[in-house]
Every structure is written in structure tokens, then in C-alpha cells.
Write a protein that binds this ligand. Structure first.
Ligand code: DMJ
Length: 516
């Protein structure tokens, strides 16, 4: 198969798309696209030279490290694979494929995170199979899915949070709503490919357990008891431990070609709950942010919630997700214009579109720092240090810098910029994306090769941490590449991205869903 990205396009049927019909065709920007490819080569090249096969790369020391004491399972190789394929990097892709064929083994006794292994490794293999039809990836994906699957049969209501891939046994632990609610896209596609209906039904049954346990406002506290399937007394937030549960409510509806209305309902209920309970605006500049809810005390068995002003960078995924939801669950018909016209959206669709675009602007405001990079956590409200930003980094002056101050190569803002660009064709989103890319090039790039976490986004010169996250290759650079690519590459009416940016196909299920 020819993997030159210029040649590799999915043919569109005119008029049946909300993203790339003939009149809505968004054209490649070759210069900026190539700059992103060069960045990918800089990151991947250093990893390949110094640490090929290791799970993760430390660019300063030029060393690799594994997530288990029994050896790695190729996190970086598999996570990066579809990005290099899409970029048309034939030589790199072919060496990565050889490594997967000759050296990748899942016969490892360590305890692997069910969630991370599913979204990064299983998701990466499934997406590589979808893009290439190479049976190598299909058999590796099914092998891995079978080794993870025992987490669903570990005697608890919810899947075990860790798994020993060699002996195929789940290990108990607390589970977050994001961990248990972000396995379904991968296991359902694996079910379709393998014909193993257990993959489908066991991952689907997690959703019915969650639905039964949800409180009246339909927002999910972040932790659950694995043994009982009930929520613990924990925060509600759209960032860590919560985020991708909400993302997958929408994407489960889209994955099966909008044939399962239960996910539309759960998604709409959750967005209603967010609008009623979590959205806040700063008093001066009216920046929209999503507050965190902390349980405070109970009155006659009813929990009272306190709204906090901290917003993790992770929450910025919600901006694009709301816009995608507005043009699908919130559209009056299957097709909408680019950008959508007000009359093409329902009242809730218009509300979500407006919140999504406002939240994306706030996420961009959090890039107004000395480096042009956004911190891991922005606290919204008047800055105690006197700036007029209307948000601040808590403990910014402390030494060592607080965790809130770092930028760890995360993708969420560029992910939303990608969706916003595809759904509007508004050049402003390409301009924003280029600004972020330039800031990454200036501050995160390690001269000898690779990119690293910046420890304080508001202090120059920057200090770096010796860590290149795998999602930089799978997500951040992929979304940046797609923003500057032709919109016929991965049209939004044919694929859904898993939460690690691995594209999976939209299909009508051959397996009859049981949850409705
Ligand atoms: C990724 O591994 C996934 O996007 C996950 O859902 C959340 N966080 C990281 C990137 O920030």
C-alpha cells in the first residue's frame, strides 16, 4: 500500500458529510504541515537512535524506560505508528513495523494499567490495522485484547484497574470513571474484527453499571468501588480521572453510526448537568471555565457541592468535544454546514456550540505566558500577583515550581483546535495552532533530539524535565499535522478518534448491542 500522505485520501461521497464536502474542502498548508513532520522526525529519530522498543524516552539522558519490571510493550512505537503512517514517513514506518513483527511481546508479567494499555497500545494497533489492513496489527491487537480481557472477569462488577499480561489476570485497585468508561471504543472494534462478542458485551456492561449508579444530576464522581460498581464520595471534574468518560459517551454514539440512542441520551444528560452545575465565568473578562465540584457535607443524605476554580489543561478537550457534539447530537439533520448555521442546530446544540467556542478561547488565554505554553492547571479569577490575565498559576513563585506550572507536551488544546478548524474552516484556529507549535519548538525542543516537559511555563529561561510523553507523538503532533492537512484526510463522518488520537472506523454493528 502506498503510504505517501499526499496520495492517501479517503474518497468522499459528495453532500453526505459535515466536514469535507466539495464546497467545504479545507486545503493543505504544505509549509506548516512539513514543519510538523520535521518536529515528529526530531522526536522519533532521537527515540529510535537511543531507546528503540522502550516504553518511554528521556531526551536529555538519551535513555529509555519501561513501565514494568518485566520489560516494555512498545508504548512509544505503537502509539507513534499511525502518526508516521499518516505523515508518509515510509522508512520510519517500515522499521517500526519490523520491530512490532520481530520484537513486540505481550508475554510480560508486570502489572499494566488496563486503561493506558488499552488506549495507547490496543488503540494504536487497531488504528494501524484500520489504516493499512496489514494482518500483523490485527493479530497483535487481538492477542493483546485477549490478554487484557480477564480484567472483566476478576470477580468484581467493574474491570480491574491493572492486568498481568503474561498470566492474563486482573489485579484489584481503585478505579476512576475515566478508566472504566474509556475501554469501549477499543473493545467494540476488537469485537467486530475478531467476532469475539465477549469483548463487546463485557465492555458494554460497564456502561450499564455506570448508568445505574449515576446521581440525579448525571455527573459522575471520579472514583468508583470496583467490587460494587457504586461511586465513592469523590470530586466531579472534567480533568484527570473524569475527562475521557464524557468524551466516550459522545464517541460511542458516533462509533456505531448513531444507531445506539442510549449514548446520545447519556451524553446529553451529562452536558445538561455540566451546564447547570459546573460552568463558570470570571468576573472581569468573562472567561468561561469548567469548575470542579468537591463534595462538602450531607444534608439529609443529599451531598452539597463546592465549586472550585482550578481547571486542568486536560479539560480543554471538552471545547472541541462540545462542538463535535453540537454538530451531531445537537443537529436537526445528519448534515450541517461548515461552520454550522444556527438553524441547523437544536437549542441544546447552539448552547453546546457556544460553550465549546468560549471554552476554547479561555484555553487559548491560558497560553498567554512567558513561553506561550499553557500550564497543567490554571486557577481562574483575579491574579494575586497583579496581572490582568483573570487566571493564575497557584504557587507560581514557589521553588521548586509547583506541579500546576508545567507543560508536559499535552494535546488537549490542539485536539480542540483541530475539531474547531474542521467544523468551521475558520483560519483563526490554524493561527492559534501555529502559535502553540512555535512555542513548543522554542521551549520544549531538546537540541540533541526529542522534546521535553517544561517545568514552569511562566519562567524564562525554561527548565526541562527529562521526559517525552508518548502522547506527544500519538496526539499532539498528529492533531497539529491534521490541522495543516487537507480535510479529506480522516473525515469526521468516517472515523472517531479514540482518546489517544488513534482513528477508528465508524461502523454499523454486526453484534446486537444489549444496552439500550
Ligand atoms: C492521553 O493519554 C489521553 O488523551 C487521555 O485521555 C488523557 N491524557 C493524555 C494526554 O494528556
Amino acid at each position: 500500500m502506498d503510504i505517501t500522505s499526499q496520495d492517501w485520501t479517503i474518497k468522499k461521497k459528495p453532500g453526505d458529510t459535515n466536514s469535507a464536502g466539495p464546497s467545504n474542502h479545507l486545503k493543505v498548508d504544505r509549509v506548516k504541515q512539513q514543519a510538523v513532520v520535521d518536529a515528529f522526525k526530531h522526536a522519533w529519530g532521537a527515540y529510535e537512535r537511543n531507546a528503540m522498543g522502550s516504553d518511554e524516552f528521556s531526551p536529555h539522558s538519551g535513555r529509555g524506560m519501561n513501565f514494568s519490571i518485566d520489560g516494555g510493550i512498545g508504548y512509544t512505537v505503537v502509539d507513534a505508528l499511525d502518526t508516521m503512517y499518516l505523515m508518509g514517513l515510509k522508512a520510519e514506518y517500515s522499521r517500526a513495523r519490523d520491530w512490532i513483527q520481530d520484537s513486540l511481546s505481550f508475554d510480560r508479567r508486570g502489572q499494566f494499567s488496563t486503561f493506558e494499555t488499552t488506549i495507547r497500545v490496543l488503540g494504536g494497533l487497531l488504528s494501524a490495522y484500520y489504516l493499512t489492513s496489514d494482518p500483523l496489527y490485527r493479530s497483535k491487537a487481538i492477542d493483546l485484547a485477549e490478554r487484557i480481557y480477564p480484567v472483566f472477569e476478576s470477580g468484581s462488577v467493574l474491570p480491574a484497574s491493572h492486568v498481568n499480561l503474561a498470566i492474563r489476570k486482573g489485579a484489584p485497585g481503585t478505579a476512576s470513571i475515566a478508566e472504566v468508561g474509556t475501554l469501549q471504543l477499543e473493545f467494540k472494534y476488537a469485537a467486530e474484527l475478531s467476532g469475539n462478542t465477549d469483548f463487546w458485551y463485557r465492555s458494554e456492561s460497564v456502561m450499564s453499571t455506570i448508568k445505574k449508579a449515576l446521581p440525579g444530576h448525571k455527573l459522575a464522581p471520579i472514583f468508583m468501588e470496583v467490587s460494587t460498581g457504586s461511586f465513592t464520595n469523590s470530586e466531579i471534574r472534567l480533568g484527570s480521572n473524569g475527562d475521557s468518560y464524557y468524551e466516550y459517551l459522545l464517541k460511542q454514539y458516533l462509533q456505531t453510526a448513531r444507531t445506539e440512542p442510549i449514548y446520545k441520551k447519556m451524553y446529553e444528560d451529562a452536558m445538561q448537568g455540566i451546564h447547570e452545575n459546573m460552568i463558570r465565568k470570571t468576573p472581569k473578562k468573562e472567561l468561561t471555565y469548567i469548575s470542579q465540584l468537591s463534595p462538602t457535607y450531607m444534608v439529609k443524605g443529599v451531598v452539597k457541592w463546592h465549586n472550585g476554580n482550578r481547571q486542568e489543561h486536560l479539560v480543554c478537550f471538552l471545547a472541541g468535544s462540545l462542538m463535535l457534539g453540537a454538530t451531531t447530537t445537537g443537529a436537526v439533520s445528519k448534515t450541517v454546514s461548515v461552520p454550522p448555521l444556527a438553524e441547523e442546530l437544536t437549542a441544546k446544540g447552539r448552547r453546546d456550540w457556544s460553550t465549546g467556542t468560549s471554552l476554547l478561547e479561555s484555553c487559548m488565554r491560558t497560553h498567554e505566558t512567558a513561553t506561550g505554553l499553557s500550564p497543567e492547571v490554571a486557577s481562574f479569577g483575579t491574579d494575586p500577583s497583579g496581572s490582568d490575565r483573570d487566571w493564575f498559576i497557584d504557587g507560581s513563585g514557589n521553588s521548586p515550581p509547583p506541579y500546576d506550572a508545567r507543560y508536559m507536551l499535552r494535546p488537549e488544546t490542539v485536539e480542540s483546535l483541530f475539531l474547531a478548524w474542521r467544523l468551521t474552516g475558520d483560519e483563526r484556529y490554524r493561527t492559534y495552532a501555529w502559535k502553540i507549535f512555535t512555542a513548543i519548538e522554542t521551549h520544549c525542543k531538546v537540541k540533541e533530539g526529542g522534546y521535553a516537559t517544561v517545568l514552569h511555563v511562566d519562567k524564562l529561561p525554561v527548565r526541562l524535565e527529562d521526559k517525552q510523553e508518548t502522547f506527544f507523538l500519538s496526539e499532539t503532533l498528529k492533531y497539529l499535522y491534521l490541522i495543516f492537512s487537507d480535510s479529506s484526510l480522516l473525515p469526521l463522518d468516517e472515523i472517531v478518534f479514540n482518546t489517544e488520537a488513534h482513528p477508528l472506523p465508524i461502523f454499523k454493528p454486526t453484534i446486537k448491542p444489549k444496552f439500550s
